[in-house]
Write a protein that binds this ligand. Structure first.
Ligand code: SF4
Length: 264
């Protein structure tokens, strides 16, 4: 408990604690090995391919970028299969775990190619930090609500109104305004940059979401959620919240509160 009580917080930790404290407890305190899911490797490999393409100054071909996806996805899936060879125990939103691995291999290739085509067509300008570092998977650590918060921002884009736009790449459907808000206040605090908007690149659609207005968001507002979560963790408050999300929970095999009766 001592490590988790004192370590910096993140968007994902906070949202997980809010959505189901028991999942937080199982994963981060009991350190239960999560059930594998192809969607996780799909997302990681897509992010890696998009980042490599951007870091190449957009000189890599679509085929080379798809190959980056293939290599990373294959590596991650194979490592996970070594740990859990029974794909019936893999989480999947539809179909068997084995089918999902195959389906996402093809889907991730299509989405990677689409990302390259979209960015070549629309030419978003990646912002550079004052040190000249391209703002790709940019690490930050800030204090919000008296709590140290850290994370990585997928992309910062130089907007046309001398402002920086925060952008998160999504292969899934879950969108978090809180995530964009955290990034906005972190960029302001870390670089003194003006942040007015954020958005998501939606791999499912091959394009951007509508922009989210972030001009009014303050560090104090965002910090309140971190302060509540931090105090809750330190107090040992880990409320189970069984419900629809149990079906997709990677801790359900060890959870006595789960509403999902699938036998693991
Ligand atoms: S299975 Fe449901 S109740 Fe159990 S940890 Fe996961 S989300 Fe929470």
């Amino acid at each position: 408990m001592s490590d988790i009580a004192t370590q910096p917080r993140s968007v994902s930790q906070t949202q997980q604690w809010e959505e189901c404290g028991h999942r937080f407890y199982l994963q981060r305190i009991e350190r239960v090995t999560p059930l594998p899911a192809a969607w996780s490797h799909h997302g990681t490999a897509f992010h890696h391919a998009a980042e490599q393409w951007e870091r190449s100054q957009r000189t890599m071909t679509p085929e080379e970028t798809v190959e980056v996806f293939n290599e990373r996805y294959g590596l991650l899936v194979n490592e996970a299969l070594d740990e859990e060879p029974n794909t019936n125990r893999w989480l999947s939103a539809s179909g068997s775990g084995g089918d999902d691995i195959e389906r996402r291999y093809v889907l991730g290739q299509e989405q990677t190619r689409q990302y390259v085509e979209w960015a070549n067509r629309t030419q978003p300008e990646v912002w550079a930090t004052p040190a000249g570092e391209p703002a790709l998977e940019l690490y930050f650590m800030v204090e919000l609500g008296g709590v140290k918060v850290r994370g990585y921002i997928d992309q910062l884009i130089a907007d046309d109104e001398a402002a920086v736009r925060v952008r998160d790449l999504k292969t899934g459907t879950m969108r978090s305004r809180f995530q964009l808000e955290t990034y906005a206040v972190a960029v302001r605090a870390g670089y003194g940059a003006t942040v007015t908007k954020g958005d998501w690149y939606l791999a499912k659609n091959g394009g951007l979401s509508r922009a989210v207005e972030l001009r009014q968001v303050t560090a104090e507002q965002v910090g309140e959620r971190y302060a509540v979560m931090d105090a809750g963790v330190k107090a040992g408050d880990f409320q189970p919240k069984p419900g629809f999300s149990c079906r997709f929970c990677d801790m359900k095999h060890k959870c006595s509160f789960s509403s999902d009766r699938t036998c693991y």
